[in-house]
Design a protein around this ligand. Structure first.
Ligand SMILES: Cc1ncc(COP(=O)(O)O)c(C=O)c1O
Length: 308
């Protein structure tokens, strides 16, 4: 279901990090005027699958500032779906407060919990009480990172391959993205392999609420391949943990907490006309800056932020 417009542009990114042949794929341009970034990529696949399943209610989870939950609520409503959100407390700043106000105004049914364990215990009750017309809600994990949502980034990888073939960018040795729930990195790892590129995913883990290491991301990539196989794509390559790199070294104290390095990168990027944020994109750029001497280039960095 086309919601955004691809391919998103690629260009060389000079002046941000010294010592790296750095390129940008600008996912912030994958918009429909209202929204952009990686949520829209995932919803393009999740919404038609919801329709195929006869889903009436989406049930998903996130922090109290979740952009994914808000995107789900608004796009879901546009397509006749109710959204139930299980929200977990996170560090509160002005942005999170505004985001919570948007969630409250979105029409979604909100349930707040102090920590992920309490949400997990309440989830069966939340699902059971939202049985409508004999149908259970479709549970979507945080960030829309199930096999269906990850297809959005399989498609992005195929876009990258086409852009390499067209001469718009050199074949990247490394593609760098933030990992918040894993669907972006998993979809890329699978899609790059399907496209026959040698590009390796380097994922900067910015969430400590659950495990997001290379075995977990590779597992999601394999489930995504399994979904494609089930839908008729034939046997696909098997992604293993060794096929990608993940690191939590730029997380800082916890999810949602900006680090001085991420704030500095956001400021520097603002000077170059990029609108970023310090929780995902700032941390992934901080990683590139610290690894300038060791990352294999060319390096393609994904700006996954979607201002709205
Ligand atoms: C701006 C931004 N970048 C990157 C990510 C990470 O993507 P994923 O959740 O697929 O790991 C997210 C969401 O979690 C995000 O909001």
């Amino acid at each position: 279901m086309p919601l955004g417009t691809g391919p998103t542009p690629v260009r060389r990114l000079d002046g941000l990090v010294d010592g790296v042949d750095l390129w940008l794929k600008d996912e912030s341009r994958f918009g429909d005027g209202a929204w952009a970034g990686n949520k829209v990529r995932k919803l393009e696949w999740i919404l038609p699958e919801a329709r195929r399943r006869g889903t009436r209610t989406l049930f998903t989870v996130g922090g109290i500032g979740t952009h994914w939950g808000l995107a789900c609520a608004l796009y879901g409503a546009d397509h006749g779906l109710r959204t139930v959100l299980g929200l977990v407390d996170q560090p509160v700043d002005d942005h999170v407060r505004q985001q919570l106000a948007r969630l409250e105004a979105s029409g979604a049914e909100l349930h707040r919990y102090r920590n992920p364990t309490r949400l997990k215990l309440a989830a069966p009750w939340l699902i059971a009480r939202n049985l409508h017309g004999g149908r259970l809600p479709w549970y979507l994990p945080a960030g829309g990172s199930n096999a269906v949502g990850s297809l959005g980034y399989v498609e992005t990888a195929l876009e990258i391959a086409a852009q390499v073939q067209a001469g718009d960018l050199p074949e990247p040795a490394t593609v760098v993205t933030a990992i918040g729930s894993g669907g972006t990195a998993a979809g890329l790892a699978l899609g790059l392999r399907l496209a026959g590129l040698r590009t390796r995913v380097f994922g900067v883990v910015v969430n400590d609420a659950f495990a997001l290491d290379a075995p977990v991301i590779a597992g999601l990539a394999r489930r995504t391949a399994g979904l494609l196989t089930d839908r008729g794509a034939g046997e696909l390559p098997r992604i293993a943990a060794e096929d990608l790199t993940t690191s939590p070294d730029w997380l800082g104290r916890t999810y949602g907490d900006p680090t001085p390095a991420s704030v500095a990168m956001v400021e520097k990027a603002t000077g170059l006309g990029l609108e970023l944020e310090p929780v995902y994109t700032g941390k992934s750029l901080a990683a590139i800056a610290d690894l300038a001497d060791t990352l294999d280039g060319p390096v393609l960095w994904l700006n996954t932020h979607g201002p709205r």
